[in-house]
Design a binder for this molecule. Sequence first.
Ligand code: ADP
Length: 449
Amino acid sequence: MIKKILIANRGEIAVRILRACKDLGIQTVAIHSTADADAMHVRLADESVCVGPPPPRESYLNIPSVISAACVSGADAIHPGFGFLSENSTFAHMVEEHQLIFIGPKADHIAMMGDKITAKKTFSKFGLPTVPGSDGAVSNITKALKVADEIGYPLMIKAAGGGGGRGMKVAKSKTDFAEAYETARREAGISFGNDQVYLEKYFTNPRHIEFQIMADKFGNAVHLGERDCSLQRRNQKVWEETLSSALSPDFRDEFGRKVAESVGQLGYLGVGTLEFLYEEGRLYFIEMNTRIQVEHPITEMITGVDIVREQILIANGDRLSLSQEDVKFQGHAIECRINAENSETFIPSAGTVVNYHCPGGPGVRIDSALYDGCKVPPYYDSLIAKLIVYANDRDQCLARIRRALREYVIDGIDTLIPLHLKLVCHPDVIAGHFDIHFLEREFETGTDL
Ligand code: ADP
């Protein structure tokens, strides 16, 4: 059995992983930059190692430092969390080379899904519907224009190596296409070190729906239902819920089984998420994330499955603790991402948290690394807390969110709490009528189209 895990992350996800380790009786090693010496994840871990100065490249993304920290502390496994090195196949490979267990999929599968073109081709081969578009990369403008005419406008130009809501350009019509295509290629080369781009039909009012999966080394694969992550800003999720009102139980069951089967056929190991766009009753695959996701807790709330625990046990070589028949969905759960950002301008906010008061009561779970007097440094992702609310049905869930948001006090920095209060009181959100462009349309935060 794994005895000691090094958690190669920070913030709320590092704390979440620590908690799963403690429940399993596993020792924990935190890593931190000099800016995070007093952070919650460092305080809660059994041991900690400073891996470098504040800039992520020199600390949390510094592979030699992170692996050395695992070796000197005697850890037998590394959990990468999300972001940072979690989808870096070279890192996963190097971890294994050092006789350490990487808590995630095989390096080859990370690389395969990191290339969105290969990911689409792979799942299309397994029979999943994908977003209509070019058959692979389009490497010059002449070919691109021809393919664009076949797909029709509006369309999206996407970087094969894109991620985190970046590397996407919309062309409304043929007039915009050439410029959008060239910009997309140039930016992809600079940002992702890979200038390959592909084209996709641009959906004008889809929902974002994703399936959570888990698979063990014995070929067992299950799905844990879907999450509706349509409330987004700049292609980044802000609010997620499960189950989605868009899918009927029969559709979910049939489609979910297909998703789990394809993951099983792939020989995938660990937890992951297949993302789809949903329009007019149909789902179209866009990409797979080969790691734990920010929004995993809502699935935990309605299934009772501790996904991080399962992830660790799968990496340990255990069988999944449940079969598809054992997966039952109960109630409704919603997550509000509390980012350290101004609720109107979305400008990131750093500083010291004061007067911290966390909501509680029935159905309320907070995943965060905040405490009164803690520092929110300017160097990292702005996600500082997740308000996760569970209730028997969606209406009760919304009422509990309102109650919890009004109780939540985070002073000293700006947060998205005021935005979530507006969202949870908005008639369309209450009615469940929204698509991926809703938030930008309603709150005038600027949209591509
Ligand atoms: P990333 O890896 O950067 O998160 P995704 O491929 O998952 O990129 O897309 C992120 C978001 O961008 C989606 O949730 C959706 O809102 C939007 N998006 C992606 N592809 C399309 C498309 N073909 N049409 C319309 N919106 C899209």
